[in-house]
Design a protein around this ligand. Structure first.
Ligand code: 0L1
Ligand code: MG
Length: 255
């Protein structure tokens, strides 16, 4: 089997140059979850070595629908860097991605260090703000097809994020109606309850999983809680907007 460093270079180059690659598990059918996270960490280290800054984490496969789609019953996580940030109300260049999709999310802003096994109450106490957000996911694998170790190694498909205005976490975010519209037409509707029953459960999982990876959530970090609806494949010319009840809206255009 190719070394983990070589595999990390493979997924990092695919993301950097927007060139799809075959799934790693095609050549390495027994690629394990721990090795997949090691590949992810090494690929993000390459980004940091190029000058990118870690700004938080994303949680993935946080809805029952997505877990069923991939055939797993555990969430996954990935690392976010400042190069993934997109201006709210701005635009993204489709050509920078392989086959980008967008999904509405809730973003947490961390106010106090958080790691390990925590209760929902402890997790919320560490939150300084919540915001409406959208994640741009982009699998670097051909045809957006992968097994679980593939997607973990590929930084859990993270590639972009658009964050709206943070508000104090004083409202109950457990069941907020969410609409994803494209060029003014509603494409997806859902509720924040799709995130493991309550988005805070995603944050609890984030605290546990980053600690397993030897890291912690730091003040100023962003945690993307996961897709509230199915992801929408992006096309040039689209104006995509997510509205989350009580939190506000966030939008981006595709050029
Ligand atoms: O953010 C997500 O839930 C996506 C995780 C990876 C699976 C995918 O790319 O659809
Ligand atoms: Mg997501």
């Amino acid at each position: 089997m190719a070394g983990l460093t070589d595999l990390a270079a493979r997924v990092d180059d695919a993301a950097r140059y927007a060139k799809a690659i075959p799934q790693l598990t095609v050549g390495i059918p027994d690629l394990g979850i721990d090795d997949a996270y090691a590949i992810q960490a090494l690929s993000v280290r390459r980004r940091v070595d190029r000058g990118e800054r870690r700004i938080g984490v994303k949680m993935g496969l946080t809805s029952r629908a997505k877990m069923l789609q991939v055939g797993v019953d555990e969430v996954i996580w990935g690392r976010l860097t400042d190069a993934m940030l997109l201006e709210e109300g701005g635009s993204l260049s489709h050509g920078r991605y392989v086959h980008p999709r967008v999904e509405p999310e809730v973003a947490f802003l961390i106010g106090r260090p958080l790691a390990g096994t925590v209760t929902a109450l402890e997790a919320m106490a560490a939150v300084a703000g919540v915001a409406p957000a959208m994640e741009i996911i982009d699998s670097r694998y051909e045809a957006f097809r992968f097994a679980l170790p593939d997607v973990i190694a590929d930084n859990s498909s993270s590639s972009g994020l658009v964050i709206g205005s943070f508000v104090l976490p004083t409202i109950d975010i457990g069941n907020l109606g969410t609409v994803l519209s494209v060029n003014g037409a509603v494409r997806q509707i859902g509720s924040t309850a799709a995130l493991l029953g309550h988005p805070v459960r995603s944050l609890v999982a984030a605290a546990r999983m980053v600690a397993q990876g030897g890291e912690q959530l730091n003040p100023g970090d962003i945690v993307m809680a996961g897709g509230i609806t199915a992801a929408h494949p992006l096309a040039v010319g689209e104006y995509v907007r997510a509205d989350i009840e009580g939190l506000g809206r966030v939008a981006i255009s595709v050029r």
